[in-house]
Design a protein around this ligand. Structure first.
Ligand code: ADP
Length: 439
């Protein structure tokens, strides 16, 4: 709201200022300078005095009357040389001065007028100019009036704009909340607004799009779930059949072969279980939130790791406190990252966690392995995406671990990011939990 309104505000102010200048220029061109008009009206008294009293004097009496006017008026009258006056008046008014018209310079509160054109008032008067200074000109009042006018026009425009942008803003708030919720996995989030709302058609389109995406995802999930589920029974049958076969096999070569097949079937079973677990993770309903202290939970994850030759360091801040999260799911995400670190680390793994100033909790898992190249970081969370096939084949895994970890973190409203460990040089995964999950 603030941004929209502020932009409108600046735009309106600029337009009104520009319009004021254009109006001023247009009026100056068509009807003469309005500032000079105001000054001329304010200086009317000394001008009338000059024209109706001093100028009406007969020959040789003009100077006497001028002196009398000098005595009675607060305005100061001087006679100056025509050349000096030519220098003093603005260039645009030189012709008026030459013609014998009154030339007013509002900025210096001064007027200039030639005494006469033919030297009739006294000898040499055609070379003299009467200069009246200290005229009763006060442009500040006129300026204040203009400012008041400006402010009233601006307010008259800004109030309807504020109301208009407010209604848009409320609609946009609804849309952005829907986008956030939808992005966080709440696929039934929709924008509800009155048909009279200005952005109702946009909301309708977004709802329609959300419907289609939700349907597509749902059918994809159903398919994955059904296929994985359907695979379980034949796999179980295969396992059973292989066990029977191996019990009866007398030939060691055949037994070896059966063992290898059992290994393959077990792998297939693991894959199906992973897939089923992942399908379940796709909805926010699967979250079971409860408060727990983070430190012990992270230590439990470390304890549960299979033995490995690596040194695993823990740097858990004292002020970690509690979070409200799904302990099992968050634990699964952290374990997946720790197990990956065990697979790819050279020697060292570090698990650290701390609260940030922004009220979030950040849990980092880093190692001294080969790391993840920057160009792969965006795709690494896709299911089945693996990096270097030859390297990965040795480490096992289906390429689902990171995908599951990310889904679990996103379900909590958090983020999972990768960069390079600044201290160990390998991969660093950072889980950030939002302030609303931190107690
Ligand atoms: P997998 O089960 O194959 O490990 P993941 O989804 O957990 O699947 O990981 C995907 C790929 O990301 C892995 O195959 C590996 O190439 C890469 N990877 C994951 N963690 C690390 C790590 N700590 N260091 C280097 N590469 C990693």
């Amino acid at each position: 709201m603030n941004r929209i309104f502020f932009r409108f505000f600046v735009l309106v102010m600029l337009s009104i200022t520009a319009a004021t200048f254009v109006i001023y220029l247009a009026i100056s061109q068509l009807f003469g300078d309005p500032v000079e008009d105001i000054a001329r009206r304010q200086a009317a008294a000394p001008i009338v005095l000059l024209q109706d009293y001093v100028d009406r004097a007969g020959p040789d009496e003009w100077l006497t009357r001028l002196n009398k006017a000098r005595e009675t008026s607060p305005v100061r009258y001087d006679l100056i040389d025509l050349d000096e006056a030519r220098q003093a008046v603005p260039v645009g008014t030189l012709a008026e001065l030459e013609r014998g018209d009154v030339v007013i310079v509002p900025a210096t509160r001064t007027l200039y007028r030639r005494v006469d054109l033919n030297g009739e008032r006294y000898i040499g008067s055609e070379h003299d100019v009467l200069r009246a200074t200290n005229l009763p000109i006060d442009l500040a009042v006129a300026l204040q009036k203009e400012i008041v006018r400006f402010v009233i026009v601006a307010l008259a425009l800004l109030v309807p704009i504020a109301l208009w942008s407010r209604s848009h803003w409320q609609g946009l708030q609804v849309l952005s909340r829907v986008a956030d919720e939808f992005g966080a996995g709440q696929l039934d989030a929709r924008a509800h607004m009155q048909p009279s709302a200005s952005i109702y058609p946009l909301a309708e389109r977004i709802n329609h799009m959300a419907d289609r995406i939700a349907n597509l995802l749902q059918s994809q999930k159903n398919l994955l779930h059904s296929v994985s589920h359907e695979l379980r029974t034949p796999i179980a049958r295969l396992e059973f059949g292989l066990e029977l076969l191996s019990a009866k096999a007398a030939d060691p070569a055949l037994e070896k072969r059966i063992k290898a097949m059992e290994g393959d079937v077990a792998e297939l079973n693991d894959l199906v279980n992973e897939l089923l677990g992942m399908a379940r993770l796709d909805s926010a309903q699967s979250l079971q939130l409860a408060p727990f202290t983070l430190g012990p939970m992270l230590r439990d994850c470390v304890q549960a790791l299979p033995p490995s030759p690596h040194t695993l360091g823990c740097a858990l801040g004292d002020e970690l406190g509690s979070v409200e999260a799904d302990r099992r799911l968050l634990g699964r995400a952290i374990s997946n990252l720790l197990r990956n670190a065990q697979k790819y680390a050279g020697q060292r793994i570090v698990l650290s966690a701390a609260r940030t100033e922004a009220g979030r909790v950040e849990i980092a898992i880093e190692d001294d392995g080969p790391g993840i190249p920057a160009e792969d970081r965006a795709r690494i969370f896709e299911p089945f995406y693996r990096l270097d096939r030859s390297r990965d084949r040795a480490t096992g895994g289906f390429g689902l671990g990171l995908s599951i970890a990310q889904k679990a973190v996103v379900l909590h409203g958090g983020t999972l990011q990768i960069d390079e460990s600044p201290t160990l040089g390998g991969a660093r995964f950072i889980i950030a939990l939002p302030p609303e999950r931190v107690l």
